[in-house]
Design a protein around this ligand. Structure first.
Ligand code: ACM
Length: 541
């Protein structure tokens, strides 16, 4: 009997020791999350066990990565309810820690990272804080979706062990938000930034002016915002960002490694400025308030009346133009670009340049060349829509391709590089199909597979990978009024476009991608994202 007792004690002891030493196995869910990262990493290998974030977990960051460390703990604290103390890496033990480490590994580039998960520790290594930030986005995606909750959850915060090595294919991975047709609040723009940063996008292009509204305070021309910003499509109240609010948006984006590219659309799409200052008016005399305009040449080319136009709340394009014959127009452009440049830490100013149908071609070219000189004089680089390829452009100018293969090719011949935004593929305001409750379809109906299944480097003859800076998905807002509308049009297409920008074409396939995409829906639900439940995607029931 005693023998049996000792035997049982021994066996129990052995079992306890054994279970202390046996690392936890990763659950099928944790492995599925590890395999479902979007954009797809260069390589990802899991090893079957799990690291658990607990109330003992700490976060240790390189001194130059404390900002990313703060971002990480702020991401993890609400749902876990853990303290997750953050400290600068010195020599303290790192077992049980999430470590953010700056290293020197040329193959990772400026934005790449390596994520190594063992049962003891999670280490994200990168050459630059940007890479650590993208490693954090991957870490976030391989945690349970409940990590996105804003209140404490009871969950096992499990991460499958393994290694992910990753770096992007293109340096420009962006989206554009049109805040001119309908105005969106600072809070909405910040949410937009958060949504695109989950998928490692690094550019937010803000379309800050159009016929219907001027959305940024310019102190030397105050009516632009106060009058030009006072309405929107459909005649609502509109709005504008004060320079202080705008600086807040820029800083919020910077903390997420997103460059804001501000656009003032000129010399067309400019009615809101012409309504604010008559001396800028290059010819429109009539813009009836209800938003219907007379596009006949007689009214559109009348010159020199210097009368302010009426505010415009319709959705026609191509009827307005800046006055070229007066030097005051270039004083206006210089003042606007000067104030905007001072608010812009990034290198680019977008001058629009699209659909200037009532600007004479020779005048248009003069405009573009002078805009370029003005942008350069304020220490910035010009980017514009593909029509600007008609100007005297070179390698210092970036061209955003949206509709014309010919202008894309012309830009490349002149030595410029392209941001690829082909309307038929990535215009996020295009309807998914004829039943979509929002959006337009002048370019195409764009289902989820259509927006994913293409390669920027083979889309246009004569435009190769080395001619392309990256890819950008615009969301125009003629029909987009609320944040819910925004989300419905960008999800689920935007993650796939982010993947085109990040992942090599050889490493992408729709059949494999759609399965990963489906796995993101629970996260979107937790985040309150209203998305289009495309029948092309095998969502979980
Ligand atoms: C554009 O869609 N007009 C650039």
């Amino acid at each position: 009997m005693k023998k049996l007792y000792y035997f049982i004690v021994l066996l129990t002891g052995a079992f306890v020791i054994q279970s202390c030493n046996t690392p936890p196995s990763a659950s099928p869910e944790a492995i599925a999350a590890f395999e479902s990262v979007i954009p797809k990493p260069v390589s990802a290998t899991h090893t079957g066990n799990a690291f658990l974030i607990t109330d003992k977990t700490t976060v240790i960051a390189d001194p130059s990565a404390m900002e990313v460390g703060n971002y990480l703990v702020n991401l993890l604290r609400p749902a876990t309810g853990f303290n997750l103390p953050l400290s600068e890496s010195k020599d303290e033990a790192s077992s049980g820690a999430i470590v953010l480490s700056i290293i020197d590994n040329k193959s990772l580039g400026d934005e790449g990272y390596e994520l190594a998960v063992t049962t003891e520790q999670v280490t994200i290594s990168a050459n630059k804080p940007a890479g650590l930030f993208y490693g954090v986005q991957t870490l976030r995606q391989i945690l349970p979706a409940a990590i996105e909750q804003s209140a404490v959850q009871t969950a096992t915060w499990e991460i499958a062990t393994g290694t992910i090595t990753d770096h992007p294919e293109y340096t420009w991975r962006g989206s554009m938000l049109d805040v001119a047709r309908h105005f969106f609040s600072v809070a909405d723009v910040k949410r937009y930034i958060d949504l695109i940063s989950l998928y490692k996008m690094n550019v937010l292009h803000l379309h800050l002016s159009d016929d219907q509204g001027w959305r940024i305070e310019i102190k030397s021309w105050p009516n632009l915002a106060t009058h030009g910003g006072s309405t929107q499509v459909g005649g609502g109240a509109g709005g504008y960002y004060t320079q202080e609010q705008y600086a807040g948006i820029v800083a919020y984006a910077q903390a997420r490694f997103i460059t804001i590219v501000p656009e003032i659309d000129m010399p067309g799409h400019i009615n809101s400025a012409l309504a604010s200052y008559g001396e800028l008016n290059g010819g429109i005399t009539i813009v009836p308030a209800e938003g219907r305009i007379d596009l006949s040449p007689k009214t559109s080319v009348i010159d020199g009346k210097s009368k302010p136009t009426q505010l415009y709340t319709g959705t026609e394009v191509g009827f307005s133009t800046l006055q070229l014959k007066k030097e005051a127009t270039f004083k206006f452009v210089d003042d606007v670009i000067r104030e905007l440049s001072a608010l812009t830490p990034g290198p680019y100013i977008h001058i629009g340049g699209d659909e200037a149908s009532v600007t004479k071609k020779e005048e248009y070219i003069v405009f573009i060349n002078r805009f370029n000189e003005i942008v350069k004089s304020h220490g910035k680089r010009m980017i514009g829509w593909d029509e600007i390829a008609q100007g005297t452009i070179d390698s210092t100018v970036t061209v955003q391709l949206w509709h014309s293969e010919e202008f894309g090719q012309l830009a490349v011949e002149k030595g410029s590089r392209l941001v690829m935004s082909p309307a038929k593929k990535v215009y996020l305001d295009m309807q998914y199909d004829s039943a979509t409750r929002l959006g337009l379809h002048w370019a195409a109906y764009i289902e989820v597979a259509d927006s994913y299944n293409w390669d920027p480097a083979t889309l246009i003859d004569g435009v190769a990978k080395e001619n392309i800076v990256g890819i950008e998905a615009p969301l125009w807002s003629e029909t987009i009024v609320t944040m819910d509308d925004i989300e419905y049009m960008i999800f689920p297409r935007l993650p796939g476009i982010a993947e085109i920008g990040w992942t090599t074409t050889a490493n992408r396939s729709w059949e494999e991608y759609k399965v990963r995409l489906a796995k993101h829906a629970p996260r979107w639900k937790v985040m309150g994202i209203d998305y289009y439940p495309s029948t092309q995607v095998p969502w979980a029931k």
